[in-house]
Design a protein around this ligand. Structure first.
Ligand code: ARG
Length: 470
């Protein structure tokens, strides 16, 4: 047991207590951020005359060496230390002696851990955002190629009106674009540095908090030391945004599972992204899509868990907050894994365009357009709706599509029908006439594609703070 405290204790910690309390098994994940934060802290301490230049240099070198040694495997992080902060500080003191004992001047583990977690999650936000961008690029590529790939659009999972594959993919483009906007908002809202808040009430040392903040790529220092050490709102926002990403991925997965089924056959998932059965030789299962759908629950769970953990915590720091880490790390890793795999699956998936188009020609997806045709010839919409309703009933009885009826049969319902009805209710026309922005008509879709491209070409990450620092 190597602890940073113990002076006021007369007994050793019970081993079970030690194990229960320790966080090194998971907070070693932000070892690099812990060192980055400590380096910024001592650079500031020296600027303020709290450390000498020699002390600062020794500490910076010692910390950099620890980082390199851990990364190269020369130094192992073991559970003999309570947490990653103790591990780094104890190693530093071992390496450089007394100067190392000054590292923690004007700092508490409470502001230190708040900083480490922010540095770690800030970088992960950029990583998740980049993966969503990759998914958007994939969607945009599919859209460009499928402006006239017809398929049925559904409501209640019943065929409704004809759309195109481009339009269907475009719906997900919008969802994931909003997901990125949420991540960007969170990034900018959280990007204030808690270091210097101390345990809860600031410190008596003349720290330059703005300087530390700027060294670490933050907008500035946080403005209330109690809030600084106990704010986990940004993690809740991140978990919420990640839950929404998963919800979108899960809906999309569900559609792909349906489309990939023997009954639909709209798509075929590539062999590299499918799995087989140990007993049924014919099987090729959409396990990746199912796992993405399934893992959504884990991320929702993390959000609920942290909300519940935070709801009863009085100001300022309480140890409950240590619970933020494992679940956030797990949620981040889950979301990143799902995004990467989902995009790979989508990129390699084959679309059976003829099956989709054929499906769109059955199920009366052009019934609305047939009613609109009547409206175009002066029939009030409500009457037209009822006439086409009767026509559909007649077709169901005859087991045919509206397009299959003769002009005589059509005229029995309304004498305004002429030969041009067949073109008016063809798949191509039904889609083409939907020209308002946001609709599936290829002309409307082309405008959206151009806007999407503009959006993809101007990436917010190119101008955000921490990227500039790299
Ligand atoms: N492992 C702790 C955490 O994750 C670090 C902060 C410890 N602070 C304390 N006062 N015990 O929150």
């Amino acid at each position: 047991m190597a602890q940073l405290w113990g002076g006021r204790f007369t007994k050793d910690t019970d081993q079970l207590v030690y194990n229960f309390n320790a966080s090194i098994s998971f907070d070693q994940k932000f070892m690099e951020q812990d060192i980055e934060g400590s380096i910024a802290h001592v650079v500031m301490l020296e600027k303020q005359g709290i450390l000498t230049e020699a002390e600062k240099n020794a500490i910076v070198k010692g910390l950099s060496d620890i980082r390199e040694d851990v990364k190269s495997g020369r130094l192992e992080i073991t559970d003999e230390y309570e947490d990653i902060h103790s591990f780094v500080e104890a190693n530093l003191i071992e390496r450089i002696g007394d100067a190392g004992k000054k590292l923690h001047t004007g700092r508490s583990r409470n502001d230190q851990v708040a900083l480490d977690m922010k540095l770690y999650t800030r970088q992960e936000i950029l990583g998740i955002d980049a993966l969503i961008r990759e998914l958007l690029v994939t969607l945009q590529d599919i859209m460009k190629d499928n402006l006239e790939t017809y398929m049925p659009g559904f409501t209640h999972l019943q065929k409704a009106q004809p759309i195109t594959l481009a339009h269907h993919m475009g719906a997900y483009f919008e969802m994931f674009k909003r997901d990125r906007q949420r991540l960007k908002d969170i990034y900018y809202r959280m990007n204030y540095c808690p270091l210097g808040a101390g345990a809860l009430a600031g410190t008596t040392y003349p720290l330059d908090r703005s300087y530390t903040a700027s060294l670490l790529g933050f907008e500035g220092p946080t403005l209330n030391s109690m809030d600084s050490v106990s704010d986990r709102d940004y993690l809740i926002e991140l978990l919420s945004a990640m839950s929404t990403v998963m919800m979108h991925l899960s809906r999309f997965s569900e559609e792909i599972i349906i489309w990939n089924s023997n009954e639909y056959r709209f798509v075929e998932i590539d062999d590299a992204y499918s799995t087989g059965s140990s007993i049924m030789p014919q099987k090729k299962n959409p396990d990746i899509a199912e796992l993405v759908r399934g893992k959504t629950g884990r991320v929702y769970g993390a959000l609920m868990s942290l909300l519940t953990t935070m709801k009863g915590i009085p100001l300022a720091y309480n140890k409950d907050m240590q619970e933020d880490k494992e679940l956030t790390f797990d949620a981040i890793d889950t979301v990143k894994g799902c995004l990467a795999l989902f995009t790979g699956m989508l990129k390699t998936m084959r679309f059976h365009k003829e099956v989709m188009a054929k499906s769109a020609t059955s199920g009366f997806t052009n019934a609305t357009d047939a009613a609109d045709y009547l409206v175009g010839h002066g029939v009030p919409f409500r009457d037209a709706h009822s006439m086409i309703g009767r026509l559909v009933l007649y077709c169901i009885d005859k087991n045919c599509a509206i397009d299959d009826l003769s002009i005589e049969e059509l005229k029995e319902i309304s004498d305004v029908f002429e030969e041009d009805i067949y073109d008016a209710i063809s798949l191509k026309t039904c889609v083409k006439k939907r020209l308002t922005i946001g609709a599936p008509g290829p002309e409307a879709m082309k405008q959206v594609l151009a806007m999407n491209q503009e959006y993809l070409d101007h990436d917010w990450q190119d101008t955000c703070g921490s990227k500039e620092l790299e």
